[in-house]
Design a protein around this ligand. Structure first.
Ligand SMILES: [Zn+2]
Length: 447
């Protein structure tokens, strides 16, 4: 027994003395670095050596707040000592500013040795403009152009909006969201991917929890509403996920975003006037029509936003705030709109619409019979009346097919002239193995 113990101790001694030598792995990594040059490229470099020829160098990346990651072969001249480079071309594989994560390397040699490097951080920075920033746990606000008071006012409005949104709906924010307000239009357009239409006023990258908005430093009032509006979209879209978003009616999406622009909720006078007139003249749009894309016509688009707000406001008042939580959770499961509304509110889209119309003092809508209802009665509306009844889980290919936006808004100029002709461009992107698939959706734009 005693001899065995001594042997064991000796063995341990041998192992201990051998250990440092064993740590001398064949492959060693001398340097690993990241250089960003937004919006051209990101460069990842590594220097490594081995006792045998290095035959493979791969870059691996993971993105904060995004389950997708990325793997690609780096370029290098094979040898025992190599300098390998991976050039991420942002023109081809766009990433918005604010995207951050970790990168590391996997290296193999001809003797079968393998080595993974330590993970290092990277962040895509738009250094073409000078940023100011305010942040709390839920989101970070970056702005260019405006002074400290400009950013502070918007930040505080957004904080109040997020408090209200979370209190009402119970949604959580697990990963800090980022909002970038670009003062100059050229800087804003220069920050987006090359394919974006130039009428776009804001763009959201839901998978990364990032939104870019063009907010001029002399247009604080727009920044005050656009920021909480976009944050609401980001939070709701991230909560719903791909499956939930696919069947999510546009009017619920935009109605919620409008609802949290002001705390307490309020409809701006221009919208209020439009809505009142439509109620009086019996020209309200059918709620089902608002499930799909909103009109390209400026006035119809504005009315669509106003109605969306009004129906959300009605749901909160009539059914209680906790019902919205349930509605969102049902959509998250991939259920269709009518099924969701029936289950949670006890009425389908038309039933809900009838109750809402009564509440706001509108005449009951004459619902056409099936045969006469077939063509949409509103030719200015681009999209279907029934998009929500069959929510197919959205595959990347489906997203790609939607990448071209609905007809360009010829009748709705971006901003300047008409204060209520607003268009928002935005997009949510999905990143899978480095492929960013943008989806354009229409939103209110700069006024
Ligand atoms: Zn919106």
């Amino acid at each position: 027994m005693k001899r065995f113990l001594i042997f064991a101790i000796l063995s341990l001694g041998v192992i201990l003395s051998v250990a440092p030598a064993a740590a001398q792995e064949p492959i060693t990594i001398a340097a690993s670095q990241f250089t960003g040059n937004f919006r051209k490229n990101l460069t990842f470099q590594v220097e490594a050596q081995s006792s045998a020829n290095i035959t493979q160098v791969e870059l691996l990346m993971e993105f904060d707040g995004n389950p997708g990651n990325f793997r690609a072969a780096a370029k290098f001249d094979p040898g025992k000592q190599v300098r390998a480079v991976y050039d991420w071309n942002l023109e081809q594989k766009y990433l918005p500013p604010g995207v951050a994560g970790k990168f590391w390397w996997e290296i193999a040699d001809s003797a079968g040795n393998k080595k993974s490097s330590d993970k290092k951080s990277f962040r895509v920075e738009d250094n073409r403009v000078k940023w100011q920033m305010l942040a709390e746990s839920r989101f970070a606000l970056y702005w260019s152009g405006g002074d400290a008071a400009f950013g502070k006012a918007i930040f505080e409005r957004a904080v109040r909006a997020m408090d209200a949104l979370q209190k009402d709906t119970g949604v959580t924010i697990e990963h800090q969201l980022q909002i970038f307000l670009y003062d100059k239009r050229a800087d804003f357009l220069g920050a987006l991917e090359p394919v974006v239409n130039d009428w776009v006023g804001g763009r959201a990258y839901t998978e990364h929890g990032i939104t870019l908005i063009n907010v001029s430093a002399n247009n604080l009032s727009y920044g005050l509403v656009a920021t909480p509006h976009e944050l609401t979209h980001l939070i709701i879209h991230r909560m719903l996920g791909d499956i939930g978003r696919a069947g999510f009616p546009r009017w619920v999406d935009e109605g919620l975003a409008m609802y949290y622009e002001f705390v307490p909720p309020a409809l701006e006078p221009e919208y209020e006037t439009l809505l009142k007139r439509a109620i009086q003249n019996d020209t309200l749009l059918p709620l089902r029509t608002l499930s799909g894309n909103f009109a390209t016509d400026a006035r119809q688009a504005s009315l669509s936003y106003a109605q969306s707000f009004s129906v959300i406001d009605f749901i909160y008042r009539r059914y209680g705030k906790d019902k919205m939580t349930q509605v969102l959770l049902e959509f998250k499961q991939g259920n269709g709109a009518d099924a969701v509304f029936r289950k949670v509110l006890g009425a389908d889209t038309e039933g809900l619409e009838a109750a809402w119309r009564q509440d706001v003092g509108a005449k009951p809508r004459v619902i056409p019979t099936r045969s006469s209802a077939a063509p949409t009665p509103f030719p200015t509306f681009g999209l279907s009346t029934d998009a929500t009844s069959t929510p197919a889980p959205r595959a990347p290919t489906t997203i790609a097919s939607a990448a071209t936006p609905a007809p360009a808004p010829t009748s709705a100029p971006r901003a300047s002239g008409n204060p209520i002709s607003q268009l928002c461009g935005g997009a949510f992107g999905a990143i899978a193995l480095g492929v960013l698939v943008p989806v354009l959706y229409r939103r209110r734009g700069a006024r």
